[in-house]
Design a protein around this ligand. Sequence first.
Ligand SMILES: *Cc1c(COP(=O)(O)O)cnc(C)c1O
Length: 230
Amino acid sequence: MLRENLQEVEQRIADACRRAGRKREEVTLIAVSKTKPAEMLKEAYDLGVRVFGENKVQELTEKYDLLPDDIRWHMIGHLQTNKVKYLIGKTELIHSVDSLKLAKVIEKESEKKECITDILVEVNVAEEESKFGLKMEEVIPFIENAAQFPHINVRGLMTIAPFVENPEKNRTIFADLHKLYVDIKEKNIDNGTVNILSMGMTNDFEVAIEEGATMVRIGTGIFGARNYNI
Ligand SMILES: *Cc1c(COP(=O)(O)O)cnc(C)c1O
């Protein structure tokens, strides 16, 4: 099942890139493995997957200990400040930074571990009550502030679009975030390291790619439906 799912997702990414006149290498696939057992991740690993996304620190660090060293772990879920210390040094990218308070703690823990942590700013483009993330207009001031932290690299923006039956409904959200991303790149606020736009999930990743996503986060489409009751 995993092999077929991966092939299908890969094909759909390639097709969306072609439609958008983009190169396949411009889009990184994050295999979102939250709630799935380590054996299933190993199966995906054996099929060539090297980038996994998790949304809980404890689950990420447990899998980190069990699975091969060359996996690149991405933290995509809401991050509490008291968990940051367990994560730093184990993650290639934190997609979900949504406050200066959190950025300060990431800075402090990264300094302690003598590393630089790459982060994305989570943006709540649709301003949904139920979601984390900065408002669009808060993003540039946030990045200007975060640029002062020597152990943090702001690499770009991330959004979780609303759940919709028809992914076309999210197109303007992705287009709006892409526009902000281009503005930030042009402003060169954080020394020109901004080159990641993380948007698009199982239900809407093709539209996100057409609108400029450089990372798509796909769970269900690869690993199947999640069961939260186990
Ligand atoms: C769970 C999750 C995904 C993947 O969702 P699917 O719809 O299963 O592809 C992507 N991004 C974030 C932040 C998530 O929490």
